[in-house]
Write a protein that binds this ligand. Structure first.
Ligand SMILES: [Zn+2]
Length: 349
């Protein structure tokens, strides 16, 4: 019994009609190039996939397309092609894929939940003294590459420092940071309005934030938020997480510069999670309320920063430039944070 099929020469998409016949171990192909016998082991038979036609591929690159039918099954049987093995192989392939997906899921879960969880457990055990030196080195690095001296008047610096010290002194939990807990004034036109806390306790305030324009109370509200990151040891947690990821990446790529880049990104706040930001906001709201001030001060500051970065982003869209530091504009929940802080105070200032 012979079967009519489509035959392709493997060079063009043109199809020809051909006839197939089988006997034990051999396929008889009667096609445009004449008749030939093809041994079973030189034929790759595609797996069953629903009702899609099967492909019989030959060693020379030519192939046939055959519609699924009882006649095809009978032909493959005669040829000696063991369908059950193919099906078993297919199942094994499916199983392997499931196993691979399982492993990927476990790794992803480890990355998204296990790592932050581990870092949270480990963070309180990291001595602040160990962080102080790392942070000092990081600050030196930033001074060499990114930060410029502040242009703020000594009087303004003095006033902000006083307010900052008052905020810090009100929280006994910040005592372990005492040795290095200090406000640093810097400028960084490339970064824009920002303030950040290094995990050792050094807090850097950029002129660009102070000059948004923003009043001193609002600036201090941002510093209270940064103190919140210190109080909750967010920087240390981020450092632990990123170091693990960076160390793995460095081991794979043999490139340590990735580690340095990661640390810089961490200190510039780009890596904090939404939960961490909310925690720091909540800390700031409590600290401000304790001083008889409104949490809406922080909301105002966030709004001004958000507006700055949104404008900058719009401008960037036109000249195609891209910055790594616009973390505020990449956080869609800034509006939500502002609402929460205003909700705490019941009104906008
Ligand atoms: Zn923050």
């Amino acid at each position: 019994m012979s079967l009519e099929v489509f035959y392709f020469d493997g060079q063009s998409s043109r199809r020809h009609t051909a006839r197939l016949e089988a006997e034990a171990g051999f396929l008889h192909l009667d096609g445009p190039a004449g008749k030939r016998w093809i041994p079973h082991e030189e034929i790759q038979v595609s797996e069953t996939q629903g009702h899609a036609p099967r492909t019989l591929r030959f060693a020379d690159g030519t192939y046939c397309e055959v519609a699924q039918s009882a006649a095809l099954s009978a032909l493959l049987d005669t040829l000696g092609h063991n369908e059950s093995i193919a099906v078993r192989m297919q199942n094994r392939w499916r199983w392997s894929l499931s196993a691979l997906m399982g492993v990927t899921l476990i790794l992803a879960a480890g990355y998204f939940w296990g790592l932050p969880w581990g870092a949270e457990i480990a963070a309180p055990w990291v001595p602040i003294s160990a962080m102080q030196e790392v942070s000092e080195t990081t600050l030196n690095q930033l001074d060499n590459h990114l930060l410029e001296p502040s242009q703020l008047s000594p009087e303004r610096q003095q006033k902000l420092t006083q307010g900052f010290q008052q905020l810090a002194a009100a929280d006994p939990d910040l005592a372990p940071y005492a040795k290095s807990l200090r406000l640093y004034f810097r400028s960084a036109p490339k970064v824009g309005p920002n303030a950040f806390a290094l995990p050792g306790g050094q807090i850097v305030l950029l002129d660009e934030l102070v000059e948004l324009p923003i009043n001193d109370e609002e600036t201090l509200a941002v510093l209270a938020h940064e103190l919140g990151h210190l109080n909750k040891r967010h920087g240390i947690r981020q450092l632990i997480q990123s170091s693990v990821v960076a160390a793995v990446a460095a081991a794979y790529m043999g490139d340590v510069s990735y580690l340095i880049t990661t640390l810089t990104a961490v200190v510039l706040e780009s890596g904090y999670s939404r939960d961490m930001e909310r925690e720091a906001d909540h800390y700031a709201a409590t600290a401000l309320t304790r001083q008889g001030q409104s949490p809406a001060l922080l909301a105002n500051a966030l709004e001004k920063m958000e507006n700055f970065y949104t404008d900058k982003k719009k401008k960037k869209d036109t000249d195609g430039e891209k910055s790594h530091f616009d973390w505020l504009s990449s956080h869609p929940d800034t509006e939500e944070r502002i609402q929460t802080l205003r909700g705490n105070s019941g009104q906008a200032l």
